[in-house]
Design a protein around this ligand. Sequence first.
Ligand code: CP3
Length: 353
Amino acid sequence: MSNPAPGGGKNVDPALSLLARAATGKPGPHPPVWFMRQAGRSLPEYRTLRAGTAMLDACRQPELITEITLQPVRRHGVDAAILFSDIVVPLVAIGLEIDIVPGVGPVVDQPIRSSADLDLLRELSATDVPYITDAIRALTAELGPTPLIGFAGAPFTLASYLIEGGPSRDHARTKALMHGQPVLWHALLNRLAVIAREFLRVQIDAGAAAVQLFDSWAGALSRADYERFVLPHSRSVLEPLSDAGVPRIHFGVGTNEFLDLMRAAGAEVVGVDWRIPLDEAVRRIGPAAVVQGNLDPALLLADWPVIEREVRRIVAEGRTAAGHVFNLGHGVLPDTDPGVIGRVVELVHSLGS
Ligand code: CP3
């Protein structure tokens, strides 16, 4: 077969998972549903397993990765697993000194601010991340027909952590470098794109049935700046993976002004945060759009009738798209009651595409 359709590649059950169906605009019984950050602190069994192990140590132990990735699939009956890892894992794997501080996020020992610092960012190869390959092989065996989603941080979001030295509200140093030193900016994003692409390739080669590129903080940018300073690099992550035959999902928060560009970067599926309805997202992207989202994660803490109304609205609005993958507009909040997540899965499954 030449040029296999996305989702129809070697890693997908011939019966086509719900995720692969939605991503390629094929009808299915109901939208597939999974949750960003479904593996993590909302689950007591996660907290038990993680006790005494630092986040980045957990991310490098295949048995822990495998078990934590499976926990939400077992508990909630979601239609996809997402690999338990973090966007900084490939950067740590090539030797950067980064820690994930609880309640803060990634903190970088030596921020990148000059062209000399670029030497820290060598290329990544599969031998740098054997624990990822081992975990994905174990996972695909355990998961059977349930697809495993691999992921990477997009060049902009990674650059923001590296330049700021940690999480940032205004991304000021990042934007100053972007506009003030564009040659350095493009050299930095180019290196991060090579790393992210290779990291996704390793995951696909090991058996990931879909990939998601997280550009969580790209919403800090104007459309014009995104187009000029970021899009070419995210495209160089996603586009070369078109031959892999797995759906590519591209997600950001606050990126509704340039959802069409995020699709144009080379994604079958565009993630939408909670700020606009999915039918409006489809108008912005175009009629062939496949969208993922977009329940506000905070609403999982509301009373059930509120959640039910919102889920029904989102599924109805998702029917205006060529395909819809039900998800949150961003990740599960740590205080979420896991029982509520399971109820949302059951409700989506009862609604029909
Ligand atoms: O989605 C999943 O269930 C898979 C696991 C996953 C994690 N991080 C686990 C994690 C994924 C896909 C990520 C990606 C990630 N990491 C992103 C992109 C997604 C997003 O949320 O926008 C970003 C920006 C990061 C960086 C990062 N890592 C942050 C901001 C934090 C939170 C810091 C905190 O403690 O509040 C982390 C830590 C992290 N990553 C945790 C988990 C389960 C919590 C650490 C812990 O349990 O001790």
